[in-house]
Design a protein around this ligand. Structure first.
Ligand code: ZN
Length: 158
């Protein structure tokens, strides 16, 4: 187990475009392991490689339905719409309302090198869209139509 430092908004690595993974080797396995450890420790539901300073197209997601490790993920199709609150481990202390598709079909390579196509719905779809945006240097706050501080959000939820 190893934790990596989560880069915060303002760090230029978060604004760069990540490169596809060409070879899935031991370094990639270690990165996947470390990303999952770091995500769980931070109580997140997703983490993208640029958030730990690595410009590779890799994300890990667990919205409560198990860990998904996605290498070179691509959204093939999307449908529907959902509006909801989103946060990001790289943008601490704030949340925002972001419109996302309700369903996305995503294709990726898993750690065994197999191509996987899955359909993600609701929170899972939101997490896929959020994490994939990180691979193109996009943060949710760029897309949010309303932003909240942590205090404002707590007040709303009370
Ligand atoms: Zn994020």
């Amino acid at each position: 187990m190893a934790y990596r430092e989560i880069r915060k908004d303002g760090d230029e690595v978060l604004r760069k475009k990540s490169r596809p993974v060409e070879v899935i080797d031991k370094k990639i396995f270690t990165l996947l392991d470390d990303m999952a450890d770091t995500m769980y420790k931070a109580d997140g539901v997703g983490l993208a490689a640029p958030q730990v300073g690595i410009l590779k197209r890799i994300v890990v997601i667990d919205v409560g339905n198990g860990l998904f490790e996605m290498i070179n993920p691509v959204i093939l199709e999307q449908s529907g719409e959902q509006d909801g609150i989103e946060g990001c481990l790289s943008v601490p202390g704030t949340s925002g309302e972001v419109v996302r598709p309700m369903i996305v079909k995503v294709k990726y390579t898993d750690r065994k090198g197999e191509t996987v196509v899955i359909e993600a719905e609701e929170l899972f779809a939101r997490a896929v869209c959020h994490e994939l945006d990180h691979l193109d240097g996009i943060l949710y706050k760029d897309k949010a139509h309303k932003m909240y501080t942590r205090e404002e959000l707590e007040k709303m939820q009370r």
